[in-house]
Design a protein around this ligand. Structure first.
Ligand code: 5AD
Length: 348
């Protein structure tokens, strides 16, 4: 196992058999250490902060795992107005945030016109800030318009790169090929692109994970988000177990070694399944945290899964606490834009 870690650190890749063995391996201090070394070489001890704004819990889609799927009649539904969103950004800017991530369900209210107007509004308030969108599958023309309006980055997890598995997690009619096309369209248009998958989703096997890594190697995303699957009681997957902390951490380390330049978040889901989970994620190679800037009521209704960890950094005090946590994990918090190397407008 030790030689596999060394080889992965050196070549950023391994043949299938060896990579599978690493995915299956147990807790591995060397893997964690090498991943930390790789992130420090590119990013030093910096942890980038993104302000997350959950703009809508309304979704036309029906992903089996997700708490805001349209058939969940118990889900609390809300939609932020343009003014709500802009006030979050104004408050965030005051606190020093320089990336705003607008995430939401596939809510048809947010047409290209509506979104472009919001993006322009954010750029007026904070011209130097990056705008990241995480709003699901749209047409290439739509992505083009959003980019032209000023959006910088787009997050769209592929969820699983195995077609049969994809179909088990999604309603009839949703196809992996469509998801992949969206991702390649986003790349072509010039977005910094984020993709990723859930760890321990129902029916997932180690081979699926291997294929997820292979797909990411093909896509070459600037950002990679993975987090454990966490069941939501009002979905058909409510009875399944959460993905494990250990496997998620191991995969963060493996992904760091495969993608030394990637921005990898320590996700909310990781912090939800284990106390201190996000801090462990940082130690295993993650270098981004996305605290919530949504209004409190929205934050409590945006439930993709049960028991979501709610960390507010919408106050100076909340941000200070986060900074302390990052420090105690051995890193330093930075409020700079943190573009992917190659996209950086300025050195930060
Ligand atoms: N558990 C963990 N992650 C989830 N997501 C959606 N539902 C769940 C769940 N039950 C993730 C998906 C999606 C992202 C916004 O949230 O991977 O891409």
């Amino acid at each position: 196992m030790k030689s596999y870690v060394k080889e992965l650190a050196k070549n950023r890749n391994l043949p299938d058999k060896e990579l599978l063995a690493l995915i299956r391996g147990g807790v591995d201090e060397l893997l964690e250490k090498e991943a930390d070394k790789a992130r420090k070489k590119v990013f030093g001890d910096r942890v980038y902060i993104r302000g997350l704004i959950e703009i809508s819990s309304i979704c036309k889609n029906d992903c089996i795992y997700c708490g805001i799927r349209c058939s969940n009649s118990k889900a609390a539904r809300y939609r932020l107005t343009k003014e709500d969103i802009l006030s979050c950004c104004r408050a965030g800017k005051e606190l020093g945030f320089s990336t705003f991530v607008l995430q939401g369900g596939e809510d048809l209210y947010f047409t290209d016109d509506v979104l472009c107007d919001i993006i322009v509004g954010i750029k007026n308030i904070a011209p130097d800030a990056a705008v990241t969108l995480s709003l699901g599958e749209r047409s290439k023309e739509s992505y083009r318009r959003l980019k032209a309006a000023g959006a910088d980055r787009y997050l769209l997890r592929h969820e699983t790169a195995t077609a049969e598995h994809y179909e088990k997690l999604h309603p009839v009619g949703m196809k992996l090929d469509v998801r992949k096309k969206c991702l390649f369209d986003l790349k072509e248009i010039g977005f910094q692109v984020g993709s990723g998958f859930m760890v321990g989703s129902p029916y997932q096997t180690d081979e699926h994970i291997l294929r997820d890594i292979r797909f990411l190697q093909e896509l070459k995303p600037e950002m990679i988000g993975i987090g454990p699957f966490v069941p939501h009681k009002d979905t058909p997957f409510g009875g399944f177990q959460s993905g494990s902390l250990e496997l998620t951490l191991r995969l963060i380390s493996i992904l760091r070694l495969c993608f030394p330049e990637a921005l990898i978040p320590a996700t909310t889901a990781l912090g939800t399944i284990a106390e201190g989970g996000r801090e462990r994620g940082l130690q295993c190679g993650a270098n981004v945290v996305m605290p919530n800037l949504s209004p409190k009521a929205a934050r409590e209704s945006y439930n993709l899964y049960d028991n979501k960890l709610i960390t507010g950094a919408e106050s100076a005090e909340g941000l200070k606490i986060l900074e302390e946590k990052i420090k105690s994990a051995g890193y330093s918090m930075t409020m700079s834009r943190g573009d992917a190397p190659g996209f950086a407008k300025e050195q930060d």
